[in-house]
Design a protein around this ligand. Structure first.
Ligand code: GUN
Length: 281
């Protein structure tokens, strides 16, 4: 039997409608600043998508493009300006930054109240403490997909493959929060026997950026499989999950493209709205 396809594009359009309705009720325009450094085609494409989404829902845009050779100090000055600009509610610096730039220092320079990526140590700290704050977009998007499709997380075994600060680690924190109550394992490149970890999981989240790493043998029949990976290969965009084999075993699966990606973008809009409401009252 073939797994149910978890349609991230559909859920994202629902989330966007909610943001449109919320923005319409405001007496100001929430503003999002996007900062794109260098000429990485994937980053350009991601930021283009994020700007298009923001435009569609009525969020104001402030776009800044800087060259590969920009100095750390210049980028930091731009962040300072955006922090001080009252029309800017959210600041997104597309990652990764070109070699030679200190991404950690840039993210830390962003006003945590404008950190719509939820990657500032202050916001990740709030998350670790289960306190309200801006949370990273991809983990939030995954949680929304699970909830929209009524996939239970309480008490179930979730294996998160990947420990990045963008996805794996914050997702593991969210899943293990009181009230969410999953039993979480974080697997990674040094995990001794990945199949042994994932094969009895109720939910497998693959977030390593390793094309088709997760195959049918990793997946318990009926399990839910969330594919966060996007790799550009000769076959086009490929996820961390070998979709053709896993779709025959899993109970539910997100496709690539059209699964987690659109949700990450949608949650950025939600975070921008949240940041605006938080700052402007
Ligand atoms: N690069 C890949 N994913 C992301 C993301 O969610 N936010 C930012 N800023 N950069 C990314």
């Amino acid at each position: 039997m073939s797994a149910r396809i978890l349609d991230g594009k559909l859920i994202a359009s629902r989330v966007k409608e909610e943001v449109v309705a919320a923005v319409a009720g405001l007496d100001y325009t929430p503003g999002l600043a996007t900062v794109l450094v260098g000429d990485d085609p994937a980053s350009h494409s991601y930021v283009r998508g994020k700007r298009r989404d923001a435009e569609q829902v009525g969020i104001g845009l402030f776009h800044h493009e800087l060259s590969n050779t920009v100095e750390q100090g210049v980028l930091e000055s731009l962040i300072d300006e955006l922090n001080a600009d009252d029309d800017v509610d959210g600041i997104l610096v597309q990652l990764p930054l070109p070699d030679g730039l200190d991404a950690g220092a840039i993210v830390e320079r962003i006003d945590p109240l404008k950190d719509v990526d939820g990657l500032h140590p202050f916001n990740l700290g709030l998350l670790a403490l289960s306190r309200p704050g801006l949370r990273p977009c991809t983990p939030s998007g995954i949680m929304r997909i699970l909830s929209e499709y009524d996939i239970a997380v309480s008490g179930v075994k979730v294996v998160v493959v990947g420990r990045s600060f963008l996805v794996g680690r914050p997702l593991a924190l969210i899943l293990s929060e009181k009230g969410v109550d999953a039993t979480v394992t974080v697997a990674h490149s040094r995990t001794r026997d990945l199949v042994a970890e994932t094969a009895d999981a109720d939910i497998v989240v693959a977030a390593v950026g390793s094309p088709r790493l997760i195959t049918a043998e990793h997946v318990k029949p009926g399990a839910t499989v969330i594919d966060v990976g996007v790799s550009r290969t000769d076959d086009g965009l490929v996820g961390d999950v070998d979709f053709e084999s896993v779709v025959e075993v899993a109970g539910a699966i997100t496709p690539v493209p059209g699964g987690v990606g659109p949700m990450t973008r949608a949650m950025l809009l939600v975070n921008t709205l949240k940041a605006a409401e938080g700052r402007r009252g």
